[in-house]
Write a new protein. Structure first.
Length: 110
């Protein structure tokens, strides 16, 4: 229930770069430190790491759909710095977005 609510809050504002621990703790009616501890206990990730992971999962979906270029995808998931977006994507999936797509096409896998 808790994680479901957090996911809902993140997805409602996915394209906003303003999703942070302060926003989420306010919406969840708890302090920043309480939210951090609860997120860490439930997911093993800090709140910001969790938000970034959700952003990257959506970025992967957009990339696989093939409707948007990489810059558009970055903005759609709330990251306004393309270099930072590529860095986050690589940390999550092992490759920058263009390499990720190239490898998928070569291997025919998801």
């Amino acid at each position: 229930e808790f994680i479901h609510k957090i996911n809902q809050l993140i997805e409602e504002r996915l394209s906003s770069d303003k999703i942070d621990i302060s926003y989420l703790s306010d919406k969840m009616c708890m302090s920043n430190s309480t939210l951090y501890r609860k997120m860490k206990a439930l997911t093993g990730l800090s709140t910001n790491e969790y938000v970034r992971k959700i952003r990257m999962k959506h970025a992967e979906q957009y990339l696989l759909e093939g409707k948007y270029n990489i810059s558009e995808i970055a903005f759609k998931v709330g990251i306004n710095n393309l270099f930072y977006f590529r860095q986050c994507f690589k940390e999550e999936f092992g490759y920058i977005p263009s390499e990720y797509l190239k490898r998928l096409k070569e291997t025919g896998e998801k």
